[in-house]
Design a protein around this ligand. Structure first.
Ligand SMILES: [Zn+2]
Length: 342
């Protein structure tokens, strides 16, 4: 189904849904403001800026929540709460654009909601639709569940940073940046990679801060365990002893400590999952992201593709193919953010 068809076919229901969602939000806002009239105060209420290259943030009491938060007419959905450098902080999602920000909790009036109460938002709809996109069977598991395409023209580049002893392939990120001003790119980061590559991580954050790249940080688990030679449907997150929630939250904590802001997206290691694992990801209010063009496997990008390659030193053939695409395939331009999943 095309984006156009979906919009036209579902317009009345969408309007009704939006009305319910706004009315629910308004009621909760009024209740919360009545209880906490100072919450909407504007002082010191800017989003938490990226940490300096040398500075590490201290992240404590990191927890999953689902709150509706308002400040004046602005509505956001909080999916995490934490103490960040000693200050109560929320990870807020723009329910329409799917962008995220770290914000001081004191600046927002927040109140717990159920998934049902925000079901009509684009965000919650994306969480659920991604959870239900099954991919293809792979033995006892499945491959490539979740969103695999973006809407409109152009394509979206995603680069995975699975654990690796090799340095970041900075050259491919520079090639992406050279192709388009503020080029959007999604980086699927693991806690293990961030811990072992602090200088590369600082370089990436600087590219993002300077505007050369517009990075969407995708959660790719904390440990990304992998046993060479073991069949894929018993490997990766299906290895005995995997704690999926700890894997999800651990990578986010590491990213925030390094100076980044988690997005709403999650990518399964090896793209291998089960329905139960997708359910866990949805329970943590994240959107499963697959891919439709894994370049190292010979898959060709087309308009709307989510392109996958690895920039962790372990997939030179994928990066060579991406370099070729950047210089020779107009179908992948303009480069698109994964925020435009469809
Ligand atoms: Zn990986």
């Amino acid at each position: 189904m095309s984006a156009t068809n979906r919009t036209v076919g579902c317009a009345p229901a969408a309007r009704k849904g939006a009305t319910v969602w706004l009315a629910t939000a308004a009621l909760i806002v009024l209740a919360v403001l009545a209880a906490n009239p100072a919450a909407a105060g504007p002082e010191g209420c800017q989003p938490v800026p990226p940490a300096g290259v040398a500075a590490r943030r201290i992240v404590q009491s990191y927890a999953s929540v689902l709150d509706l938060c308002t400040r004046g007419a602005v509505r956001r959905i909080a999916i995490r709460s934490m103490r960040l450098d000693g200050k109560e902080t929320m990870l807020l999602v723009d329910p329409d654009r799917l962008t995220t920000s770290l914000e001081p909790a004191a600046c927002w009036a927040c109140s717990p909601v159920t998934d049902e109460q925000v079901a009509e938002s684009r965000f919650e709809s994306a969480v659920r639709r991604a959870r239900d996109k099954e991919g293809r069977p792979l033995g006892d598991a499945r491959m490539n569940a979740g969103f695999t395409d973006v809407s409109g023209s152009g394509a979206s580049i995603t680069l995975d940073l699975c654990p690796s002893r090799k340095p970041l392939d900075r050259w491919i990120l520079s090639a992406v940046a050279a192709r388009q001003d503020g080029a959007p790119v999604a980086l699927s980061v693991t806690g293990a990679w961030m811990r072992s590559h602090p200088a590369d991580m600082a370089w990436l954050l600087e590219q993002n801060r300077a505007g050369a790249l517009a990075i969407t940080w995708v959660d790719h688990t904390d440990l990304h365990r992998y046993v060479p030679g073991l069949r894929p449907d018993r490997n990766l997150m299906l290895l005995p002893g995997t704690d999926p929630v700890a894997e999800i939250l651990g990578a986010e904590r590491q990213l925030i400590a390094a100076g980044g802001t988690p997005s709403v997206f999650f990518r399964f290691p090896g793209l291998v999952s089960t329905p139960a694992l997708s359910e866990v990801v949805a329970s943590q209010h994240l959107v499963v992201l697959g891919a439709s063009a894994w370049l190292a496997l010979g898959q060709k990008p087309r308009p709307g593709s989510v392109i996958l390659a690895h920039a962790n030193g372990n997939e030179p053939q994928g990066l060579a193919a991406l370099s070729k695409q950047l210089s020779g395939n107009p179908d992948i331009l303009p480069l698109r953010a994964v925020l435009d999943v469809r």
